[in-house]
Design a protein. Structure first.
Length: 173
């Protein structure tokens, strides 16, 4: 698609989102997905915190910015770091188990990609706008997530616990 859109690069702004994260428990949010997985891999990735970056897309449209942008918060964060923040801020009783990329690949039909994207073009195009690094942005998501659950009377939100005896043995990586 990138090659096709290059033909229209003077008129089009392409925003590449990566592993979108929202403040709620929406089923398509990266955080909601991984807190429900039985096992996770500990791999850093670029990610997009929607509450922070979506308003920036409006500014980009107003400024008529064109081109392709990796629409991610600066830096990369691992699955474990996300889950550790979830445990620290949202649910102190939450636990998770790691497994290796090789173990994961044996279970999947298609391989998963893990990417750290260069977001410098986005940052340079908007020098007057502060974009939080991914660690800061995810911490703020967790704080808002907890506050939203409290306000809705849904806190503490407890995910169903899986019986650890039935989980495959895996050490944290």
């Amino acid at each position: 698609m990138d090659e096709l859109l290059k033909t229209y690069s003077d008129h089009v702004c392409v925003l590449r989102l990566r592993m979108p994260i929202s403040d709620d428990l929406a089923p398509r949010s990266f955080i909601t997905k991984i807190v429900n997985y039985e096992r996770v891999i500990n791999v850093p990735n670029s990610m997009t915190v929607l509450s922070e970056l979506l308003p920036i897309s409006l500014t980009m449209a107003e400024r008529r910015l064109t081109g392709t942008f990796n629409f991610c918060n600066p830096g990369a964060i691992s699955h474990n770091e996300c889950l550790d923040l979830y445990t620290e801020v949202v649910d102190p009783e939450f636990y998770y188990v790691n497994f290796s990329v090789e173990e994961q690949n044996k279970l999947l039909v298609g391989l998963r990609s893990n990417n750290e994207l260069d977001e410098s073009a986005l940052v340079q195009a908007l020098p007057d706008i502060k974009i939080d690094d991914i660690h800061t942005a995810v911490r703020k998501v967790m704080e808002r997530m907890k506050a939203n659950m409290i306000a809705a009377g849904e806190y503490p939100h407890k995910l169903p616990k899986k019986d650890p005896a039935k989980r495959p043995l895996a050490a944290k990586l």
